[in-house]
Structure formats: structure tokens, C-alpha cells
Design a protein around this ligand. Sequence first.
Ligand code: IPM
Ligand code: MN
Length: 369
Amino acid sequence: MEKKLKIAVLPGDAIGPEIMTQALRALEVIEDLGRAKFEILTADFGASAYFKHGSAFPEETQSICDQADAILKGPVGLSYEESQKIPVEEQPERGAILPLRARYNTFANYRPIFLSAKMAHFSPLKPEIIGDGIDILLIRELVGGLYFGKKERGLNSDGERYVVENLEYKESEIRQILVVAFQQAQKRKKILHNIHKSNVLMSSVFWNEILEEVRKDFPEIKVVNLLVDAAATALCLKPNQFDVMVMENMFGDILSDQGGGILGSLGLMPSACVGPTKSYYEPSHGSAPDIAGRNIANPYSMLGSVAMMLEMSFGMEEEANILWQSMKNVFESGISTADLRSKTSDEEIVSTSSFGDKVIQNYRALLGP
Ligand code: IPM
Ligand code: MN
């Protein structure tokens, strides 16, 4: 019998379970059509896991993730008030997400920033700036830098409190993410924007030195070095100059949210977190506790994360492409959800589950015999 692909499913908190339900329907279509078999292993993760098990990333969830071929993760986190009921080290960001990234060394974070021309009305940018649409691949280093450097808090000899947070990278860590970025640039438009802050940070000077070494293996790629602050402006003024962008962890956290901003919503931002042996897939956005349980969140970022998993973990390129196409078709036919609503357009606003229905109808029709 055909091998079942094991997927650890971590629905997460707030809107997580709602959008995950829709995302899993795409896998059912693939199974119904006999294209693959999946074994879904659902596990608790995030704030809900903390309240149930006393840990945001419980041991049982760890072992389920260890066994899985890929991990599909929903957003985690609760409102500020609810989070205060959780000890700082168990709050979902520190207690679950960072340990998940560290456990599987998911150093390469792929964040596509994509909007077709027909979806331009979602964006706050003027149509003439968007032109034929936006299609950027932001590659973010995900397991180093300030996020994982040594941290210290204390009282100095003057009796004043202080904090130290280190931005640390080894050369191999920089090299491996740059290689990923160059490889992606090679597959796409052969232009790579290297985002740095070498006018101030020693870490960026070092990063750029490694880049000069790595680029020797990729002579066809045009490299553009751009300061991170200038990149923030350029993303708003002329997003189409970018194709593949690469940067360290913290820069990538900030600029990828700005990517969501130029699309009009973080709800349009799926992502892949790729490690040497295992990868996990998640929306780039948070768990939106303010709209949880109302069936209004758009499931695009979760379905897009499924598409990325199909392609990157399972080599199912056709199934992935057609899933993207199905979502695009639904948006381009004028259907959207309340969380994405753009005030100027006259879209038909449907619920999370009806949006899922439409995507799945399209998917079945396009993928079917
Ligand atoms: C993201 C998120 C995380 C990050 C948080 C939740 C730890 O903002 O994936 O971008 O900062 O990396
Ligand atoms: Mn972020």
C-alpha cells in the first residue's frame, strides 16, 4: 500500500482552529482523488496547550511532531490580558514557537508577498504602483540573531537595571540561508536583494562578507545590496523592483509584516519554515483573538501554507499550484471575507467556511479527472 504522509496538525489558538479546518479540506480533496494518503496527527500547541497541560509545547506534541513528515501550524497567542495569566517563559511565542523552530532548526523562512493584478484593490498602494501585481519572495533567517542570542538582565554597579541581548551568527549559519536565497533567485528572476545594515552593525558587515563568498557560486545572479531602512521605504514606493529578498531574523520579522501591509492584510501571508530534516508551515500572522469564533477570518494564509507544504515537503507541485490557482480564482471572482474587506471595492463578503467551500469546489474541479 502507498505510504501515508504523516502531518502533525497544530491548530493553535483563537482563529487558528477555524482556518485550520478549511485548510485540511484541501488534503481531503487530494485523498479523494487518490493522489496521496495522509495521516493527520492533531496536537495541542500554544496558549490553549498551556492551559490544558501546563506547557505551550507539551511533550506529547513534541513527540507527534518528531514522528511527522511535516508540521502544519496555526497561529498561536491570546489577547494581552489572557496572556498575562501565563508565566512569561510559557507564553506561546517564547514557550512554543521559538522552541519549535529550534527543535527542527528551521533556519529558512520563506514568506511570499503575492497579489495578482486583479486583487490590487486589497492593497493600500495606488494601482500605478502595483502595476501587474506584487510577487516577492522574502527569505528570512529564522533560528539565529537577536531572537536566539544570549540574554541577560541585571543590576549594574551603579544600582541601575540593565539588559543585554546579543545578535549572534556563525558563518555557517549565514552561508546556509544565503545559499537558499541564491538558489531561489536562480529559479526566479535572477535578482537578489540583500537587506542589511552594514553602515552600523558589525553583524551586517560580516553577513555581506559571506555573501561575497557565496555569490561566486552563482555568477548569473545580480545582487543588489540595500540598507534595511531604505528597503522599508522602497517596499512602499516601488515594490516591483524586488523579486527575492534575503535578510537576518529580526529584519525579516519586521519587513515581512510590512509585506502584509502592502498587500492590505497579514491574512494574505502564508509561510514555510524549512529545516534540514523537517519543515513546518504557518501563517505569518497572529491568532487575531478579536475576531475569533466569528467565522470571518480568511483562511488564505493557512491554505497557502498547505500549498507550500505540498510542494516543499511532499514534492506535489501540481497539487500546490492548483491550490494557489483555486484561491486566486475565488478572490478574482469578487469574493472575500470581512477581515480583508477593502472599503472601495464591491466584493461579496462571505464567511470563513463559505470561502473554504468556494476554494474547495474550485480545487476539486481543477484537480479532478
Ligand atoms: C512571526 C511572528 C513570530 C516572530 C513571533 C510570534 C514569535 O511574529 O512569525 O513573524 O517574531 O518570528
Ligand atoms: Mn512577525
